[in-house]
Design a protein around this ligand. Sequence first.
Ligand code: SF4
Length: 489
Amino acid sequence: MTDRLDIEVADAAGAANAKADPPKRKVFTRTYGCQMNVYDSERMNDVLAPQGYSVTEDLADADLVILNTCHIREKAAEKVYSELGRIRKVKEERALAGKDMMVGVAGCVAQAEGEEISRRAPIVDMVFGPQSYHRLPKLLEEAASGKKVVETEFDIDAKFEHLSERAARPVQKRPPAAFLTVQEGCDKFCTFCVVPYTRGAEVSRSVAQIVAEAEQMAAGGVREITLLGQNVNGWHGEAPDGKTWGLGRLLRRLSEIDGLDRLRYTTSHPRDMDDELIDAHRDLKTLMPYLHLPVQSGSDKILAAMNRKHTRDEYFRLIDRIREASPDIAMSCDFIVGFPGETDQDFEDTMDLIRRVEYGSAFSFKYSQRPGTPGATMADQVPEEVKGARLAELQALVASQQTAFNASRLGMTCDVLFERKGRNPGQLVGKSPWLQPVPVDAPEALIGTIQAVEIVEIGSNSLFGRLVAGHHASNGSSHDAIKEAAFDA
Ligand code: SF4
């Protein structure tokens, strides 16, 4: 059998045309925001490799700088402009040394700001939205001829077509855990969110495209895939049988791929958790016991104002069904505090919901007004000091639940997928089935393998473990006592 680690890194474009190698150049990419941006940055690097680009961590060494931006946080555009100010200085220093530097702004801020970026920051050569990454070589060519490139069209189908071409390339060595985008955009229009405006309407890749890419990733050494989408459980793709599949059916198909031991998906909307998907949590050993299912608020009034289109009771019933299917699942969530009109009672409803659900982890934010969203112009905006106090209270509750969840893992033996070297010499870091990082003293040769690990200590986010000698690793946790853990939706 072929040793995955020895698979040669090959490049389709290079193989396809036997021209002279392109000049060697360096690209520096700074990625902001969610995992989908991480995935997109990796894809941009893939597209640039045949053009002679390799990745550098040193900004001063870069012939090309790409800021892959996120519009989710407050003042996102201002942060990009201030970063561009720093890059301008480096670009000027390189120019004094006779070296060129091309600057591109990608991602959701690029999509939202468009030409305004080139106007305010003349050092920027290219502004391009998330649907244009496959066209990077062409955009670079245009920019090199002195043209200011602005490309913010919503041609998501073309992007996905290109991504499927990537799947047909020779196998490349990949990290043990990787992302795979199956869906982009969102039609839900929550009143606080910019995604439907920056990423456009929901589009799903086909089953054939996703399976081909997943098979190629597995052949390159990926053992865990996290399916990505802004509203990933709203995915509904064209299948080889002529039908339209939902995410549960897709997960079943992916779990048949040789060498692919773990599957996850994020981020989901409660309204799109159907029975088939819940059953997949019960039936598939490859589907890890972790689910990020944002509810945002525990108040029916605020849920309605957010246009979430479900109630707190419906959410509770959903959690019950999920836990019935997968009793040991780690539930994760997003909360927004201080949405316009949120009273003390509304906030207390959210705290009550958290107490009842008991999360393994959660992300929480103060509401901030995003220009262009309905929430930004709603009456009864909540004062900053009230939002701050509520956020602190909520985070303290979530932290105590996270600690309790982690403490319940103490003494268990669970499977850990080792992904990289740790901070300390002789240490590796892997992931538990519930998504916590697990530092373990272990030889480097175990990177990319799944090993049985006993949890001997807990941290606020991490589980510390030791290898269990002679214990055969399975796909889930293997403790006797176990009956069995931003983006947007
Ligand atoms: S919060 Fe999620 S579901 Fe709502 S509009 Fe944004 S991406 Fe869509």
